[in-house]
Design a protein around this ligand. Structure first.
Ligand SMILES: *Cc1c(COP(=O)(O)O)cnc(C)c1O
Length: 491
């Protein structure tokens, strides 16, 4: 796609800068606009108190930049919206569903498709059919809903990440890789017959949106094949992983994202995804070329999700998912967020702010252990930092640390990473938003001593980070508020 004048690197146009180096320009324009409101610091203090210092419980009305997640918050394209109108509604056998099956075949290379209401619906089905009590499920890293489903079915999740994965300052380009030596040892130790499947997650969410390399996926795939173990690919965020392979892996610079995605899928036996991410629509699905597994999964589909031609989604959503799937690999429509994230992270790094490196997909991740070294893990530094960030900026980020872990037999399990994620919904925020965020994060960093930990007021028994309520130890919120008010005023 290179021409003398410019070339597309997916959603961005890259041109030579007159000052040397490269210039990144967004390759789209915005045609629908939502007005934003910046609530005052007084309003923000009241809102975070009412939300039990948990950013999940804030009302969107009180949020300025919603960077909680990219899940279901991406901007759809004109073509997706148009497809929703021309979708063919029917309970069974909709043409729209079969168009989706065609798109899966073309884009991912799988023949059999099972729609689910969203990603966790797919995980539930996989757990139901493939995970037995005592089953081992090795993966590069867990995801919250994934782990809960596999463990509820009696399985045991093993995370076989590489040493660099949890080093937030590492510059390893593929921190989402699986340690293949650990995989071999695991198979030896437990026996291939006790392994339900191996799971690889693209753009590994909980270690900071970090990709794995094609080389690593190929090695994992070969080991699985050799031992007759199924390889499951969680492709919810395969777009960013593929884009990062193109940018970072030797031999892939001149391959298209479409080719890279096809190659990734060719290495896995089962693919599943939450469509809320890369496909920009509420939904999910499982796809495979393994007829036996497909048939087993399909038996349970109507019990938990719906008839096999809608699977808990509306037909309109399936129509938008079909377009989203194709656009996910459209060379002119992928990767803008990866460049935004890089811009954001590089600015923060220049200010000395601890962020996860190298910048990957999904979002910018603040390292709360380094940001708030005085807050012990049993007082949730990442939760406290997410609350403090909202207070000083109106930006809603997400805790991805110990609060996002489940207790084991009542005992707290400390997460190896305490991250605050500022997610980038696809095609939603602009550079001025990033510049604002940097300004407020820097102010907070300069006043970080004022921020203390959190303690539970109400702790739910499972997935506690969603509905849990906490309080600010020693009333630090008021202290930060007063400092902010005196230095920066009402906003
Ligand atoms: C979001 C997500 C899921 C779960 O999907 P939902 O649609 O939220 O149910 C599973 N895996 C990964 C990697 C995800 O990002």
């Amino acid at each position: 796609m290179r021409s003398n004048r410019y070339y597309w690197v997916c959603y961005v146009i890259v041109v030579k800068s007159s000052k040397g180096g490269e210039l990144y320009v967004d390759g789209f324009r915005v045609r629908v606009v939502e007005k934003l409101k910046l609530p005052s610091i007084d309003k923000r203090l009241k809102a975070i108190e009412e939300a039990g210092w948990n950013t999940f419980l804030l009302k969107s009305e009180d949020v300025f930049l919603d960077m909680l997640t990219d899940s279901g918050t991406n901007a759809m394209t004109d073509k997706q919206l148009a497809a929703m109108i021309s979708a063919q509604d029917s309970y069974a056998g909709s043409r729209t569903f079969y168009e989706f099956v065609e798109a899966v075949k073309e884009v991912l290379g799988y023949e059999y498709v099972l729609p689910t209401h969203q990603g966790r619906g797919a995980e539930h089905l996989l757990a139901k059919v493939l995970v037995k009590p005592g089953s081992i499920i090795p993966m590069n890293y867990h995801f919250t809903t994934t782990k809960v489903h596999f463990e509820l079915a009696g399985g045991k999740v093993l995370e076989l990440y590489i040493d660099e994965a949890l080093n937030t300052r590492s510059t390893h380009p593929f921190k989402g890789n699986m340690d293949v030596e650990k995989l071999k040892e695991t198979i030896k130790k437990y026996g291939a017959e006790n392994i339900a499947f191996v799971r690889m997650e693209a753009t590994t969410n909980l270690i900071g949106g970090q990709p794995f390399s094609m080389e690593n996926l190929r090695e994992v795939s070969e080991i699985c094949k050799k031992h007759g173990i199924l390889l499951v690919l969680d492709g919810s965020m395969i777009d960013w992983n593929a884009y990062l392979i193109k940018r970072r892996e030797k031999g892939y610079a001149n391959k298209s994202v479409a080719e890279i995605v096809r190659e990734m899928c060719s290495l896995a036996d089962i693919f599943y995804a939450s469509a809320r991410k890369a496909m920009c629509v509420r939904g999910g699905f499982i796809a495979t070329n393994n007829r036996k597994v497909f048939e087993k999964l399909r038996e349970w589909l109507p019990v938990y999700e719906g008839f096999f031609t809608y699977g808990g989604m509306s037909i309109k959503e399936i129509a938008a998912m079909t377009i989203g799937l194709r656009e996910m690999v459209d060379e002119s429509l992928v990767g803008a967020e990866v460049e935004q994230i890089r811009y954001f992270a590089e600015k923060l790094l220049r200010e000395g702010i601890p962020v996860v490196t190298p910048p990957g997909g999904l979002g910018v991740h603040l390292d709360a252990k380094e940001f708030l070294p005085h807050v012990p893990q049993n007082q949730y530094p990442a939760g406290a930092l997410a609350a403090a960030l909202y207070l000083v900026s109106g930006i809603r980020a997400m805790e991805r640390g110990t609060m996002s872990m489940e207790r084991e037999n009542g005992k707290e399990v400390f997460s190896p990473l305490e991250l605050v994620r500022l997610a980038f919904p696809r095609r939603t925020y602009l550079r001025t938003h990033i510049d604002y965020a940097v300004d407020r994060i820097v102010w907070l960093y300069e006043h970080r001593d004022l921020v203390k930990g959190l303690r539970w007021v109400y702790e739910p028994p499972v997935l506690r980070f969603f509905l849990g309520r906490l309080e600010d130890i020693d009333g630090w919120g008021k202290v930060v508020y007063e400092k902010y008010r005196s230095e920066l005023g009402k906003y």
